[in-house]
Ligand binder design. Structure first.
Ligand code: SF4
Ligand code: FES
Length: 375
């Protein structure tokens, strides 16, 4: 197909280091080491190349981007080049001095994650004692600095029963926006799927609670809702279409069409140290592989929604069928759809399962082991 327009956003995974250990993290199981990370000069060059390419938004992510001491310099360069900057953070390292320094560097938005409204369960899920209290303090600092705040809550079987309290907690933090996102099963979340899969009753209750909360909070806090794929009948247009809107740079400089694409077989992983960003975006083999519609098998190839959802998520197709070019099994036209529905029901009724915290060296989770109690 012809060369695409510029990407809207660049996801800069500055590091895989993180003080938290959330079992639903979408980072790969093989986390990059600090010694593998791009240096400051290379990140600044990447931002210049991104600006020249036409990127409008920079999402500073990880891991925990505040683990990088050069976060302020990276933010400042993006602002100099007129790129909108959004920090995606756990908040536990966001002290007064760093909020001030980042605001001075031109940071425009903070997205802060919470694990639950119940401090003990939140700290258990995040694997960080005192984490929830630290996040509340960070939210207050962000608001005091006058920065817009989005609170992000990934929901799953272990916290969905607290959803009304999670919404209230985001409101009390002064969030302008709350994103409630059902877990997407990539990376560590895929390995921990049996520990996280919600019951159908939890999903249906969440749908009702979100609808009511949107009305209740309408004038004070916008609420976005990412619905659960395993309980759906049509897939989402993952990443807004492969290689069409977003570009990800991993900590080691690999340039990918999505944050989870490194785990797909056949990925070539072009690197910013070896090739200009624009060349990778326009002509890189990883980007061309599933861009557009020519690669699609049936039933997508002749489906009227093929340019609406682009056949769904390539990473999910691979995780569930072993073939990254398959129709996303979330779609009920996929020959694998029944399997995903059965899998969701089976894993949800097994009750809680011990999860594997996201830490370097931890192996995949024991996904079939039954557990002691229901949450
Ligand atoms: Fe989307 Fe393919 Fe399903 Fe059509 S068949 S709705 S294009 S996933
Ligand atoms: Fe990779 Fe959906 S997460 S394409």
């Amino acid at each position: 197909m012809s060369a695409p327009g510029p990407p809207l956003g660049l996801l800069a995974e500055l590091t895989h280091r993180c003080p938290l250990a959330c079992p639903y993290c979408s980072n790969p199981l093989g986390l990059a080491r600090a010694g593998d990370e791009l240096d400051t000069a290379t990140w600044l060059r990447v931002l210049d190349e991104a600006a020249d390419l036409g990127v409008l938004q920079l999402h500073l992510s990880g891991g925990e981007p505040l683990a990088r001491r050069d976060l302020e310099a990276i933010t400042a360069r993006a602002r100099e080049r007129d790129i909108y900057t959004n920090l995606i953070t756990s908040g536990v390292l966001l002290d007064e001095a760093r909020v001030r320094a980042l605001a001075d560097a031109g940071l425009e938005h903070v997205q802060l994650s919470i694990q639950d409204a119940d401090p003990a369960n939140a700290d258990h899920i995040g694997g960080y004692h005192g984490g929830h209290a630290a996040k509340r303090a960070a939210a207050a600092r962000v608001r005091a600095a006058g920065l817009p705040l989005t609170v992000n809550a990934v929901v799953h079987r272990r916290n969905l029963d607290h959803l009304p309290a999670i919404i209230a907690a985001a409101g009390a933090m002064g969030a302008d926006r709350l994103e409630i996102a059902h877990t997407q099963y990539h990376g560590w979340a895929l390995a921990n799927r049996a520990a996280l899969m919600p019951t159908r009753a939890q999903v249906e209750a969440a749908d009702r609670i979100v609808a009511e909360a949107r009305e209740h909070w309408a004038s004070r806090m916008a609420i976005d809702y990412v619905t659960p794929d395993y309980h759906a009948h049509r897939p989402k247009a993952c990443m807004g279409g492969w290689g069409q809107r977003f570009i990800t740079v991993a900590p080691d400089g690999a340039v990918l069409p999505c944050h989870a694409a490194a785990e797909l077989p056949g990925t070539t992983r072009d690197r910013v140290k070896e090739r200009p960003l624009a060349a990778i975006w326009k002509h890189g083999a990883d980007f061309e592989r599933f861009r557009g519609t020519a690669w699609m098998p049936e039933p997508c190839r002749s489906c009227e929604r093929r340019e609406v959802d682009f056949g769904g998520c390539r990473c999910q197709a691979f995780a569930l069928t072993g073939d990254p070019a398959a129709t996303d099994p979330v779609c009920d036209l996929s020959p694998h759809h029944e399997r995903i529905a059965t899998l969701a029901e089976d894993e949800a009724v097994h009750g809680p399962v011990p999860f594997t915290p996201r830490r370097p060296g931890n192996g995949p989770a024991p996904v079939t082991q039954p557990e002691e109690a229901t949450p």
